[in-house]
Design a protein around this ligand. Sequence first.
Ligand code: NAP
Length: 474
Amino acid sequence: MTSEKQLFINGIWRSGASLYDLKSPYSGEVVARIPIAHKNDVYEAIDSAEQARAQMKQLTALERSAILEKVSQEFENRFEECAQILVKENAKPIKSARAEIQRTIETYKFAAEEAKRLVGEMIPMDAAKGGMGRIGFTKKEPLGVIAAITPFNFPFNLVAHKLGPAFAAGNTVVLKPASQTPLSAIMTAEIFEKAGLPPGALNVVIGKGGEVGDLLVTHPSVKLITFTGSVEVGLAIKEKAGLKKVILELGSNSGVIIDSVDDIEAVAARCVEGAFSFSGQVCISIQRIFVNEMILEDFLQAFTKKASELKIGDPQQEDTDLSSLINEKEALRVEEWIQVAKESGAGIAQGGNRNGAVIEPTIIINPASTLAISCQEVFAPIVSVTSYKEWDEAIDLVNDSQYGLQAGVYTTSVKKSFDAVDRLEVGGVIVNDIPSFRVDQMPYGGVKNSGTGREGIKYSIEEMSELKLAVFTQ
Ligand code: NAP
């Protein structure tokens, strides 16, 4: 029998207003019945988080750290169970699913460590004429209730990037996961409950973004909204948020420059990983590759060969590299974008076909920069390869984008490496690796339409706490 899930509000599991069938994107099979929160459930969740503030604020750094440490340990204990949730609700190939759980364990561990490092500073008050005889210091205080709205693509680890720092800093949270990936959020709440988080400190409400999400974004008790998702929704949230703090982790069409390399085969293999992992449904997936024309032919040969070895199929199989997109509607959109690129005269070096919700790994040669597959976020296993003559041209090509999350640059020149770091308009420049590189303690976030604010536990904690000043007068 299909299991019926519940909402988590004020430390209690309970039914929602109605239920929907959660279907596996790959098989179409119903994997669970999911509750939809009524407006009153959302308000109660926010009230519970508001009530739990006092208890969270009283926890010592050691107690907050211990809860997060237990959470990390429990993910380790339930490793395979969590990976299987990703296979079911997300069509994430099991290899990639296990990699996400491994990172989730580490993200909570970093949060447990950072919980012990919330430091302030002494202010030299007597540096001002009027400051003599005073001692000033700062301390970090929790903000209060945080609304976390998360996307479907890394539903365990991106939730960890919100809950980990929020609780490390002593806040309370109402979490709204993507409608396609609620099972991971429910499992996360179970794990926090077992780890001894005070009731009401974490609440999980499920339902349509435009309804449940909107209630969170506009509620006066919510002090910060941390959102990861598409640009369109991010902009809408920012417009409605008023004076609330907002962290936006949005999309991209990441570029990599391949200028000069020692081992073209190895670089091609890394680019295959960066462009096609989880069918390109990764915010820092490689979408645009710019190759020095001197090495274009060698690169393309190695790249297409490696890409042709990828195995498409059932996410449950150990050797599957790519499976279906999150739904068929997305695959239809992508098919249309490929068709438009073909009609414009761009060459298809490989792939280009759709089968249901599955899109083949697709390599497009020299598409115009104005085509959707170049300038919009594709979020599918599609990558373009464009050649350039001069270094400056390559920098301009990467920067010719509304987005700016991360960029990669392969070069054997130290001078060019530093030049790229200076001139690429992105949040992070990855030298001699792909833009898709991320570990979970590094500062991570974008410029332009890729967002505002940084994640990476220590950096999120900065955003999720309030700086308070104390001045003592002698
Ligand atoms: P999405 O459609 O923007 O949805 C993200 C979340 O927002 C979901 O929980 C969604 O709920 C909710 N939502 C939708 N409309 C809303 C509204 N009007 N008000 C409040 N919340 C609303 O994104 P997605 O398709 O799940 O994820 C893919 C996107 O996320 C891509 O653009 C990708 O680049 C981006 N992303 C960025 C990062 C990063 O760190 N920069 C990381 C991963 C993904 P429903 O599911 O119910 O619609």
